[in-house]
Design a protein around this ligand. Structure first.
Ligand SMILES: Nc1ncnc2c1ncn2[C@@H]1O[C@H](COP(=O)(O)OP(=O)(O)O)[C@@H](O)[C@H]1O
Ligand SMILES: [Mg+2]
Length: 661
């Protein structure tokens, strides 16, 4: 028996006709019921976060659009194990009665999809997807309370989604009293997991207040703790202007649709009407370049003509889109936001000028918080934002993270293990504001890798990095000064005693004179407290790498000569020359000091009981003189001709020697 005979005969199970009977439309709700992971509902912890996020983002968008300073309350209550009730209430414009069912119980229904305007929501799928998930996991409807103005009635509505039709199913709709002038309260009951950490709800809210300094937020966690975030700015962000597509970004299919939709218009008029920055003269030259008659009816354009028009549109010289359509947070408010979250740190921020990807304008901003209450010796915290919304998942897939990881933070004096984040008490804030954020998925978790965006993010990070490095260097200098000063203060009493013995003058007088003269040699300013100490790499190695090595080798607390700075190369060279000059000068001062001490010893020989004591005194003197000399050379920071530190006895050193005598 052959193998073919053994295997069962394949049976035809379906015909085109039988298949046709089963073929039918799939509603968007059914699709997302099966693919809810695409919307950020793939596990219970993420589902809880996404629900809060969609509701808060909508509240913020609505308030800003209505010109209202947002005051939002978020409450999460644990109903039973893994079951939570989420309530988000805002003081926004409210929602008109007829729209409530469609907004909350119909997927792909919203006000933001068909426009090019910077907003948190884009797809019209956020809050209804949360309602769908809630209904699927607990069977409970979504409850909405909304009021559109003082004196108007409030509406309380309970809804479910009919997933087969993607239509709302209204369970309750009644007029109620609400002691609020206007606003919306959304309540959902869902299966979820409440957890802390980088991807939790608490982190999302904390980061939201950083990126939205104008937000006043009250948060009641499932543990019953209430967290209040008062407003850090009384000003609403400037309103983003809605724009039309830019001719350089348009795709062929889109152009075709635009022309077909421009009923009764000529090609030239349709181009002016549909695009930003296209004037009638520019439209004329595009038509000429494409060989298309400008007064031809737009819907009559043929396939080939459309292709030529598309090519000409892509090649024509045209102004970049107007920058007014993107609203960055702004450098000052980034700092104000960072201060709400990280305390006692040093803050830096940069807002880049607007740039364009695929015809869509965008702006990148970056902020750094360094020191303060940030943890030492841990990788820096990266806070990613798109249109002021924190991005917490998929860091590896995000262009923002790529730019942060790819940057060589060693250039700015921070230690950075290969392929990792810098180890420093630092938070890195990056915000991307755009009329259309290119997310890698509908869950809006990561930004796609457009080279234009990567470049802008890198430039913003570099700018902040440079300013951080500058500040760390200044701090390191102050630290080193303070150490040098304490060294002087330690030696002065001893010196006073020794010189007192030699000269017969009261030791306190001599020490007093030295102390009085001390500000001539060292900077008496205390380093600011907000940065972690700069020695021994306590701050993840950061400031240590930037420490200016003390010429004496002691002043900077065992800080070795910098090994790892590329950016500080020129400074390093300067320090080396400076070090040589100091060494030369110190040697001459030492010789001078020894001479002076020996003179003193001879003059007062009878008073000196032991010659060993005199030598010891002379040595201490010489040490102090040497230190003072070094300090002075370093403070001048200049290399004199021939790299020498001046002749013994000249200038200030002369004064100093006089003082000793
Ligand atoms: N709290 C709210 N206040 C006022 N309008 C809201 C509120 N929440 C949602 N909306 C309206 O409902 C629409 C749909 O919201 P959503 O499903 O989250 O989609 P998207 O935010 O992407 O547009 C929004 O575009 C907005 O017009
Ligand atoms: Mg939304």
């Amino acid at each position: 028996m052959s193998v073919a005979e053994l295997s069962p005969k394949p049976q035809r199970r379906a015909t085109a006709e039988s298949m046709a009977q089963k073929q039918r439309e799939i509603s968007v709700s059914e699709f997302f019921t099966k693919n809810r992971h695409l919307l950020g509902f793939d596990n219970p912890a993420k589902a809880l976060l996404t629900t809060v996020k969609e509701a808060v983002d909508n509240s913020l968008d609505a308030c800003e659009e209505a010109g209202i300073l947002p005051t939002i309350a978020v409450e999460i209550t644990e109903i039973s194990e893994n079951r939570y009730r989420v309530a988000v209430e805002d003081n926004g414009p409210g929602i008109v009665k007829e729209q409530i069912p469609k907004i909350f119980a119909k997927l792909l229904y919203g006000s933001k999809f068909h426009r090019l305007k910077q907003a948190r929501g884009q797809q019209g799928i956020g809050i209804s997807a949360a309602g769908l998930y809630a209904m699927l996991t607990t069977g409970r409807p979504i409850a909405i309370l909304s009021k559109t103005g003082k004196g108007r009635p409030a509406r309380k509505v309970e809804l479910r989604i009919d997933t087969r039709k993607n239509q709302p199913d209204v369970l309750k709709d009644e007029q109620v009293e609400w002691d609020k002038d206007h606003g919306t309260r959304v309540e959902l009951e869902l299966t979820g997991t409440y957890r802390g950490g980088r991807t939790g709800v608490d982190a999302y809210l904390e980061q939201s207040v950083v990126a939205n300094p104008h937000l006043e937020l009250t948060y009641r966690s499932p543990k019953g703790e209430v967290q209040e975030y008062p407003r850090a700015s009384q000003e609403l962000p400037r309103e983003a202007q809605e724009i039309k597509p830019h001719p350089h970004g348009v795709e062929l299919g889109m152009l075709l649709k635009m022309m077909q939709d421009s009923d009764g218009m000529s090609v030239k008029a349709a181009l002016v009407d549909n695009f930003s920055r296209v004037s009638p003269a520019l439209a004329q030259s595009v038509c000429d370049a494409a060989g298309v008659k400008p007064n031809k009816k737009a819907p009559d354009l043929l396939g080939e003509e459309i292709e030529r028009l598309h090519k000409a549109l892509g090649e024509v010289k045209v102004l970049a889109p107007p920058a007014t359509c993107v609203v960055p947070i702004g450098e000052d408010l980034i700092v104000a936001g960072l201060k709400r979250r990280f305390h006692g740190a040093q803050y830096f921020s940069t807002t880049r000028p607007p740039a364009v990807y695929r015809g869509n304008p965008f702006v990148v901003e970056c902020g750094l918080a360094y020191g303060g209450d940030l943890p030492l010796d841990e990788p820096a915290e990266v806070l990613r934002f798109a249109n002021r919304v924190p991005l917490q998942y998929q860091p590896k897939a995000c262009a923002i993270s790529e730019a942060v990881y790819e940057l060589n933070w060693k250039n700015y004096g921070l230690s950075q293990p290969r392929g990792s984040l810098p180890l420093a008490p630092m938070a890195i804030f990056v915000h991307l504001a755009s009329v259309w954020v290119p997310f890698t998925s509908e869950a809006k978790e990561a930004v796609a890798h457009y080279p234009e965006m990567l470049r802008e993010i890198t430039l913003a990070l570099q700018d902040c990095g440079r300013r951080l490095a500058q500040s760390l260097r200044a701090r390191a200098r102050l630290d080193s000064e303070s150490k040098r000063r304490s060294l002087f203060e330690r030696y002065i009493p001893e010196l006073g005693a020794s010189i007192g013995k030699i000269t017969g003058r009261p030791r306190d007088d001599i020490a007093g004179l030295f102390l009085k003269a001390l500000p001539n040699f060292v900077n008496m300013k205390e380093p600011p407290p907000e940065l972690p100490p700069s020695e021994g790499g306590a701050a993840g190695g950061a400031p240590a790498a930037l420490d200016v090595p003390s010429p004496s080798g002691e002043g900077a607390g065992q800080v070795e000569a910098p090994k790892k700075r590329k950016a500080a190369k020129s400074e390093k060279a300067g320090q080396q020359v400076e070090g040589k000059a100091t060494k030369g000068k110190a040697q001459s001062i030492r010789a001078e000091a020894v001479k002076v001490a020996e003179k003193g010893v001879r003059a007062k020989a009878e008073d000196v009981k032991s010659s060993r004591g005199a030598r010891r005194a002379a040595k201490s003197k010489a040490e102090v003189v040497e230190l003072a000399g070094r300090r002075r050379t370093a403070a001048k920071g200049k290399v004199k001709k021939g790299g020498r530190g001046g002749k013994p006895g000249s200038g200030k050193k002369g004064e100093q020697l006089k003082l000793i005598e």
